[in-house]
Design a protein around this ligand. Structure first.
Ligand code: IPD
Ligand code: CA
Ligand code: CA
Length: 268
């Protein structure tokens, strides 16, 4: 069923306005606090989220919001209320260190399914959008996943969760397996952009564990709508609230699942 055009328009307006705020603060001595030993939050994260809550709250007062810095608001998630899932800055560590790889990521969940996605990278001025069933777009142009069919011809990407100090063997062990089979493996620092890049055919596959819904909900829809495949790390059905994702162009998905299975078999 088509959604009111104001939904996608609001998603796009939110991430574009987020980008303006991010750029105002970027590389200019932004205040940084710690949520954990290596988990940062800057004043820009909070400023973007406040802008977003005011915009969506003003336009859709009955909708629920789940966002990273200020938590959940609105009716409980019983599936009947649309819910906006928002990451005000995905790539906060990059942002805080002046590395220009970050974005704002927004997904709209309706009846338990992600239906609309908008991700904006302000330093490259790249806007990624999708509506379920309507395709995926980069700055208004249709996007498709890559044609790579073999791992040896693939550029893969992953991310490291904030508990990596405690789980370094597990994380680096699997990373090493992929390094030994792929053309290259990257760690860019923004799960939402990693997924957008799979959708755009710049990366062939991406995996990561222990993520939050706001990191991956939008990017996962973009991958699907660009013709890719998305699952858990065991190949089960993807759910953004389960915190793990394997995304690919589809052709290399089984090979990636095989490597994850082998690694698990050997490390357990
Ligand atoms: C993080 C980024 C990073 C990923 C982490 C995420 P944040 O989000 O997406 O690439 O590896 O797991 O938590 O903290 O920058 O919003
Ligand atoms: Ca994030
Ligand atoms: Ca964030």
């Amino acid at each position: 069923m088509p959604h009111p055009p104001l939904f996608l328009a609001t998603a796009i307006e939110s991430v574009l306005r987020a980008g303006e705020i991010q750029l105002k603060h970027f590389d200019r001595g932004v205040r940084i606090d710690k949520k954990g030993v290596i988990d940062l939050v800057t004043e820009a994260d909070v400023a973007v989220e406040r802008m977003f809550r005011a915009l969506v709250g003003g336009r859709f007062p009955d909708h629920a919001v789940l966002a990273e810095e200020l938590g959940a608001s609105g009716p409980p998630p019983d599936g009947s209320t649309p819910r906006w899932i928002f990451d005000p800055i995905d790539g906060t560590t990059n942002f805080a260190h002046g590395l220009p790889i970050f974005c704002a990521s927004l997904a709209l969940e309706i009846e338990g399914r992600i239906e609309i996605a908008a991700v904006y990278d302000p330093t490259r001025r790249e806007l990624f959008t999708a509506e379920r069933g309507g395709g995926a777009f980069l700055n208004g142009e249709p996007m498709r996943v890559s044609p790579a069919a073999e791992l040896v011809d693939s550029v893969l990407c992953t991310g490291f969760p904030y508990d990596v100090h405690e789980t370094v063997d597990e994380i680096v062990g699997l990373f090493g397996r992929f390094v030994g089979r792929a053309r290259a493996v990257r760690r860019l620092g923004s799960a939402a952009l990693d997924l957008c890049y799979v959708a755009a055919g710049r990366l062939d596959g991406f995996w990561e564990r222990r993520l939050q819904a706001w990191d991956i909900a939008a990017g996962a829809l973009l991958v699907e709508e660009a013709g890719g495949r998305i699952s858990t790390l065991t190949g089960a059905g993807f759910d953004p609230h389960r915190g793990q994702v394997l995304a690919s162009n589809g052709r290399i998905h089984e090979a990636m699942l095989g490597i994850i299975r082998d690694h698990k078999g050997q490390s357990s």
